[in-house]
Design a protein around this ligand. Sequence first.
Ligand SMILES: *[C@@H]1O[C@H](CO)[C@@H](O)[C@H](O)[C@H]1NC(C)=O
Ligand SMILES: *[C@@H]1O[C@H](CO)[C@@H](O)[C@H](O)[C@H]1NC(C)=O
Ligand SMILES: *[C@@H]1O[C@H](CO)[C@@H](O)[C@H](O)[C@H]1NC(C)=O
Ligand SMILES: *[C@@H]1O[C@H](CO)[C@@H](O)[C@H](O)[C@H]1NC(C)=O
Ligand SMILES: *[C@@H]1O[C@H](CO)[C@@H](O)[C@H](O)[C@H]1NC(C)=O
Length: 550
Amino acid sequence: MPWVAAFINLLTEPLLGYCLAARKFALQAGIILLHHHQQQQQLEIPVAREETLDSLPTAIKQPMAPSMELEAAQEKAVRAPTTGSSNGSGGGVISSKPKHRFVGVVIAMTGLPARGKSLVAHGLARRLNWNGESAKVMRVSDYRRKRHESYGSHELFRPDHEANSALRALALNDAMQDCSSWLAAGNTVAILDATVVTRDQRAEVHEYFAQRLGYRLLFVECVCQDAAQIESNCREIIKHNTDYAGMEPNEAYEDLKIKIAHYEKIHQPMDEPEYPRIRIDTATMNISAYKVQGHIESNVLGYLGSVAIKPHTLYFSRHGESEFNVLGKIGGDAVLSARGEKYAQALSAKINSMHIPDLRVFTSRLRRTIATARGIEAPQEHIAALNELYAGVCEGLSYEEMQEQYPQEFAWRDQDKLRYRYPWGESYVDTMQRVEPVIVELQQANNVLTVSHQAILRCIIGYFLDKKPEELPYMEVPLHTIIRVSSHGFCYKLELIGLGIECVNTTRHKPKNCSSNRSADDALLTVPAHYDIPDPWRNPGNGPTLVQQH
Ligand SMILES: *[C@@H]1O[C@H](CO)[C@@H](O)[C@H](O)[C@H]1NC(C)=O
Ligand SMILES: *[C@@H]1O[C@H](CO)[C@@H](O)[C@H](O)[C@H]1NC(C)=O
Ligand SMILES: *[C@@H]1O[C@H](CO)[C@@H](O)[C@H](O)[C@H]1NC(C)=O
Ligand SMILES: *[C@@H]1O[C@H](CO)[C@@H](O)[C@H](O)[C@H]1NC(C)=O
Ligand SMILES: *[C@@H]1O[C@H](CO)[C@@H](O)[C@H](O)[C@H]1NC(C)=O
């Protein structure tokens, strides 16, 4: 009977798709959950005792973020070679035989100054951390400034000045030591943001990390032959690098050019056949890879294609206040309230008056974001990945109703808002994965306004601001506010532009009592105030009642 077959096909295809998606989410949630437990257990590891560390299951050695105390204690465990001597009083703990006891990967940046190394390094760290690794950038110039605070001038970088060369070698060693401490503490990726422009320096880096410590080492070489791109990189460096703080811009630019010339004198482009490496031309984005293997390394190769090299500015806004916001309900596909409509007009007027060049608008596929962006004069794209976190069986409920109908779910959500998944719905971890393709596009975009929802914007803005996953669900992203996120060197800075149109406040802090047997009053303690009819201003009638904060 063909119709039976057709019917079964109809059923199985979406089911199969759902199962695959669910498995992916479960895996992701599992990874992060694992890290969560590790973090707690990590504290019990007796530090600096290698045998103990060694005998622990590998899983426990990978916390997402180790405590500062642990980091400090581990720092003593591993010593970098002091230049010129391969064994000496500094070492001791490390035997010469690589033991591969840690899974760590070191990514060593190499290339002349002003080729975008720091931008690439921080872009990689951000993306790796987003996907469950624990990555950190060790920037050699930070260590140099720790040893020698004042910059002075390019003289510091003359290759023929012995004292200064020694200072820079010490800074490189400091950074390498911190890389190994970071990995020894159980983290997965250390990024050495160095220049290492000579073969000897790269050999030293390889000897230390790969041969002595047994970590996997990947060189990422940044090159750039485009004079205009280099000049614009230099201008950015002068603006944001502390070395040039207080220096007159043109003077700083000349100084930086001489500094680069010092490096060019000794520069040996990377051609060592024995090291795994990726070469990226930051002007053309031509990427070539040599001997790259391992899952982290392959991911790095993929991430490099979309790192942000050029300075850029992004705009974000939540939709205008919706009728569900007014009622204190979550999810759904409600229309804007009267005040929400007012915000939509004010937002359009404001954005249109800013005449942002080549502005593009992204919205979700839900009515409230599309309506909010309707008046903005720019191409608009409606993206399903920007839809609000799907609350499954709780869609359309207020927190009071959720407490009444699903008190256990409500308590579980408060216990772990990041990983909690609504029945038949999503968790924050799920949405982090769902919005990643949009984040990838935003990394290389300039002047895009994203009109989306509270949970989704927490994820996207949190990504650019390097928030820890645990912080995302409690970030404040107010209604009726334009949020400008602009690059500032390799970091981002945030500005809030309020448009002064009244709205409800939808931020709910974590309540003190998250236990499953808490009273309803305890559960509802931090639920923000809202109204009992959808649009009290359009339907004055009997007079709206404000449901006060409990
Ligand atoms: C360093 O190595 C040399 C030669 O391999 C050896 O004679 C010396 O004892 C070593 N020093 C220490 C402190 O291990
Ligand atoms: C990209 O880089 C590789 C390796 O350096 C080089 O051989 C190739 O010609 C480059 N391609 C383009 C289009 O520049
Ligand atoms: C919204 O409410 C939260 C929690 O009560 C509070 O911290 C925040 O300041 C409020 N935001 C505004 C814009 O009033
Ligand atoms: C509620 O649960 C906590 C543990 O989560 C327990 O300590 C407490 O005694 C319980 N209270 C009541 C009233 O059952
Ligand atoms: C939460 O409420 C329950 C029941 O009233 C109580 O037993 C428990 O001690 C409270 N927990 C906290 C952390 O206040």
